[in-house]
Ligand binder design. Structure first.
Ligand SMILES: [Zn+2]
Length: 268
């Protein structure tokens, strides 16, 4: 088993935890880890979170535990992206005995996240009420500016853009050193969103279409240079692999941004 410190600290790595859509029976729901300079960021938080991490850790030959993850970016509130937040927060406090993790999402998602989702099971008792701030340091991200993680140095920055989805959702760009990574988030096909992602070295785009998502047929219309640096996520179980020149990400593989769109072999 390798340790995270064995990864090149100057490079941005992506470890997909799940690549399936909301109804998958062969994958896990879509989420991934960013690893940069020894920091780990979880992008979306599906269930069963610790099992998903454990499976990816085994496949990657990389030691990854929830104890190491103190930052989560939530693209939106759909269950296949957010259902693991309760497990995450309870585990961090009661099992790991750690500080509250940091949670980053669109400003309009924070109140509904608590009032309409988490409060029912995490709201405490009348004598001992709890709030979102009991469990998370929350951070409101808006468009058209760059953000850093809490307590983090300036070489890792994030920029978000709202997508076209059935609920408020973000796509994002991650800047680390010379390299830029782009993730579509859940979105209908949107030429303006493609433009937002187009200057990235490596793009992960969802392909869960057609309705509220992006279809492979739409992605196939993109320019060669965009397709050549793009891999896919949030795919249906019957995805038409043989019709796509864009690979689907592999769960538990390790991708190095700026080194193509095939996984790197950490054991080589
Ligand atoms: Zn969604």
């Amino acid at each position: 088993m390798l340790k995270l410190s064995d990864l090149n600290p100057n490079r941005l790595h992506i470890v997909p935890l799940g690549v399936g859509n909301a109804f998958t029976r062969v994958f896990y729901n879509s989420s991934m880890l960013l690893v940069a300079g020894g920091r780990i960021v979880l992008i979306d938080c599906p269930t069963p979170l610790r099992r998903v991490l454990h499976e990816a850790s085994k496949k990657a030959h990389l030691e990854i535990e929830l104890e190491q993850i103190d930052h989560v970016i939530l693209t939106h509130l759909h269950g296949d992206h957010a259902n693991g937040l309760e497990e995450y927060a309870y585990y961090k406090l009661y099992i790991a005995g750690q500080q509250r993790p940091h949670l980053y999402t669109l400003e309009e998602n924070l109140d509904p996240l608590w009032e309409n989702r988490l409060k029912a099971s995490m709201g405490g008792s009348p004598d001992e009420p709890r709030s979102l701030s009991t469990w998370f340091h929350s951070h409101r991200w808006v468009e058209e500016r760059r953000f850093r993680l809490a307590e983090s140095d300036p070489d890792l920055e994030f920029e978000v853009r709202r997508t076209r989805h059935s609920v408020p959702c973000l796509g994002l760009k991650v800047y680390f050193g010379m390299y830029t990574f782009g993730y579509s988030g859940d979105t209908e096909f949107d030429a303006d969103h493609i433009e937002f992602l187009s200057d990235c070295d490596f793009v992960v785009h969802e392909a869960g279409g057609p309705k509220n998502h992006t279809s492979l047929d739409d992605l196939k219309t993109l320019p060669d240079d965009f397709r050549a640096k793009t891999a896919l996520i949030h795919v249906p179980d019957d995805f038409r692999y043989f019709e796509s020149d864009m690979p689907v990400l592999s769960e538990g593989a390790v991708y190095q941004v700026g080194s193509g769109r095939e996984p790197v072999d950490l054991t080589a």
